[in-house]
Ligand binder design. Structure first.
Ligand code: HEM
Ligand code: NAG
Ligand code: NAG
Ligand code: NAG
Ligand code: NAG
Ligand code: NAG
Ligand code: NAG
Ligand code: NAG
Ligand code: NAG
Ligand code: NAG
Ligand code: NAG
Length: 504
């Protein structure tokens, strides 16, 4: 957040252009909150949607979004409402040898999530799988599902409770009830899942018996998140092998869809009802977690006034002037060393599809100023000057953006970083307020270790940093570093004068 002698702070202005009027986000974001900042960043500026935009095929059979949706559903299926265990907790990693979890999409999807550099100490695999459902559905034209973070990754397999096609209706109904979905919701959830993708012959040879067709899509629009699965079922034109397959035992979709005399399926014939129903049920699906987990508030649009390290999201009109103000360590405003700076430049934020379809655009404002390391900053805030209207003060709900510690910071000016969603350091320099007896270390989080197949278990390495000979102490600030390339999530810790500081 605070850089040696220089503060580089970026501010992002989010403008909502829906209906030509500017909308204010409903939630007021309170800085700092690493979890919400990071979740917001991944939803609106992250790389997950590269996999899902346009609902792309994987190979010549299924689509990536279909595989991501099925993976998350199977992971969630281990939930038990009776004892509060299981749910979307990434236990699927340990369950892939169970017959109900067969299918090449499972391991491929897990690898997608772990290779893109989003899974880390802030959002674990289960949180990213849940976010994957948001992108999968929207990528195929489906509803926008509000996102919550906070899932904790399991370290062992859950029960093998995923419903299977050959089971009878009573068994399946009881299993969905255990997951928290009643008989009506079971019909809906299956209809909301089997709109994408289909069944592979190699994995289900007794279901897909047509040798011409190694993969049978559930409906004629496998790349559209729409209710064709419903309308074709009711018109008796469905191609869903789980409805009309030659083996009556595995006509699971037929039994479920018609279990209430087609009443629920009839209600889903209206496209808006289908989209709304599926949005709400899939939200519940990804939020089905063990009862000892607490999820964050829902994020359904980019935050106003968000500072993620080191950027801010604020929400005025375009072309505004931004001024940053700060007070020093002693709490005095405007010492001789200065107290305000105007933004030094702007750039347009490249938003994900999610923000684009919601009609948001954004501008990032950069700040660059010299801060005296002795007097430093204790808090800062912004003023937005829109021509023709009163200035708006952005002060984090009143208290300002308070810097909780300035004894340990990453010296971005001297570090060499490749900034992406997966941070890569060519050279690391941290600054510690203290003398040469201070110590510092970094903790590197590698989300998949050296495993090439599931289960992928994170590997955490701690490396001590050494005194940086290239950068002599400046006042009371010592620099330490390591010039080896580091790829992954890095946290820092330092001990100075008997106190330990951490920097996530
Ligand atoms: C009784 C309930 C269910 C049964 C028996 C069932 C069964 C199946 C089977 C056998 C496949 C083929 C998998 C493959 O060949 O790889 C499949 C695919 C799929 N299922 Fe289900 N399913 C059920 C419920 C659900 C639910 C509730 C969802 C999501 C909300 C869902 C989402 C999917 C998706 C998206 C695919 C396509 C995967 C792909 O194309 O790779 N299913 N299902
Ligand atoms: C399932 O729950 C919904 C409300 O969430 C209710 O409207 C519906 O009647 C219930 N269905 C059954 C079969 O209990
Ligand atoms: C539905 O279609 C199947 C096969 O195409 C046919 O055998 C059956 O009679 C049809 N049922 C109705 C009610 O039209
Ligand atoms: C139909 O499916 C069931 C369950 O998978 C299987 O036991 C049975 O052998 C199948 N019947 C035929 C004729 O393939
Ligand atoms: C439900 O719809 C299916 C498919 O069109 C049909 O075969 C079945 O007879 C219907 N069931 C009832 C009770 O209407
Ligand atoms: C910030 O300002 C300093 C001093 O004016 C300059 O050397 C540096 O290049 C600037 N950095 C950025 C990122 O603009
Ligand atoms: C930083 O502030 C301290 C205390 O006010 C002052 O003694 C020192 O000269 C300042 N350093 C610079 C480079 O301005
Ligand atoms: C805000 O804008 C007005 C008019 O454009 C200008 O007079 C004023 O000095 C500006 N204030 C700041 C803090 O930039
Ligand atoms: C992978 O990592 C584990 C634990 O870090 C280690 O024990 C194992 O030897 C490594 N395997 C390979 C092939 O490097
Ligand atoms: C630098 O980092 C590497 C791993 O990235 C580590 O092996 C090495 O010990 C570190 N060197 C120093 C001097 O901290
Ligand atoms: C700088 O360090 C000296 C000696 O360690 C200490 O007496 C002094 O208070 C420190 N100054 C600041 C501003 O932290």
């Amino acid at each position: 957040m605070l850089f040696h002698n220089i503060a580089l702070i970026q501010a992002v202005i989010v403008a909502c252009t829906v209906g030509d009027s500017y909308a204010q986000s409903t939630s007021t974001f309170q800085w700092p909150n690493a979890q919400l900042s990071y979740a917001d960043l991944q939803l609106y500026e992250g790389d997950l949607s590269i996999f899902t935009d346009g609902c792309p095929m994987r190979g010549d059979s299924s689509t990536i979004p279909a595989q991501w949706l099925r993976l998350a559903y199977h992971d969630m299926s281990t939930h038990s409402v009776d004892d509060g265990t299981g749910g979307l907790d990434s236990s699927i990693q340990y369950e892939l040898d169970m017959p109900q979890n067969i299918g090449e999409g499972m391991a491929l999807s897990l690898n997608d999530f772990l290779s893109i550099g989003i899974v880390g100490p802030i959002l674990g695999l289960a949180d990213v799988m849940a976010m994957g459902v948001v992108f999968a559905v929207v990528g195929c034209g489906g509803p926008i599902i509000p996102y919550r973070a906070g899932r904790i990754d399991a370290s062992t397999a859950g029960p093998g409770s995923v419903p299977q096609p050959q089971e009878d209706l009573a068994t399946q109904t009881e299993k969905f009830k255990q997951m928290g979905f009643n008989a009506t919701e079971m019909i809906m959830l299956v209809a909301c899942g089997h709109t994408l993708g289909g069944v592979r012959q190699v994995d289900f040879p007794l279901i897909v018996t047509d040798v011409e067709d190694a993969f049978q899509n559930f409906d004629t629009t496998p790349q559209a998140y729409d209710n064709t699965i419903v309308s074709q079922f009711l018109q008796n034109t469905t191609q869903d092998v789980l409805s009309i397959g030659p083996n009556v035992t595995t006509r699971s979709d037929f039994r479920i869809f018609s279990s209430d005399g087609n009443v629920t399926m009839q209600s889903l014939l209206d496209p808006d009802t289908y989209i709304q129903t599926c949005g709400a049920l899939l939200e519940r699906m990804i939020d089905t977690v063990p009862s000892d987990m607490t999820l964050t508030e829902a994020i359904s649009e980019p935050f106003d006034y968000l500072i993620s390290d080191p950027s801010t999201v604020i929400n005025p009109t375009e072309g505004a002037t931004l001024t940053m103000f700060w007070v020093d360590r002693e709490g005095s405003f405007c010492p001789s060393t200065g107290c305000s700076v105007e933004s030094s430049g702007t750039e347009e934020v490249s938003f994900t599809t999610l923000a684009n379809i919601q009609g948001f655009t954004a501008e990032r404002y950069m700040f660059n100023t010299t801060i005296n390391t002795t007097t430093s900053i204790s808090k800062f805030w912004f003023e937005i000057n829109n021509s023709g209207s009163d200035p708006i003060t952005v002060d984090n709900g009143g208290g300002g953006f308070v810097i909780d510690q300035d004894s340990l910071f990453l010296d971005m000016r001297r570090s060499q970083t490749i900034i992406g969603s997966f941070p890569e350091f060519l050279r690391l320099v941290v600054a510690v307020r203290g003398d040469a007896t201070s110590t510092a270390s970094m903790t590197i989080f590698n989300p998949k270790g050296n495993a090439t197949a599931p289960p992928f278990i994170p590997v955490i390495t701690v490396i001590d940093l050494v005194l940086d000979e290239a950068n002599p102490p400046d006042g009371n600030v010592t620099t330490m570093g390591n010039a080896t390339t580091v790829t992954g999530f890095v946290d820092f810790s330092a001990t100075s004068g008997g106190t330990t500081y951490t920097l996530p």
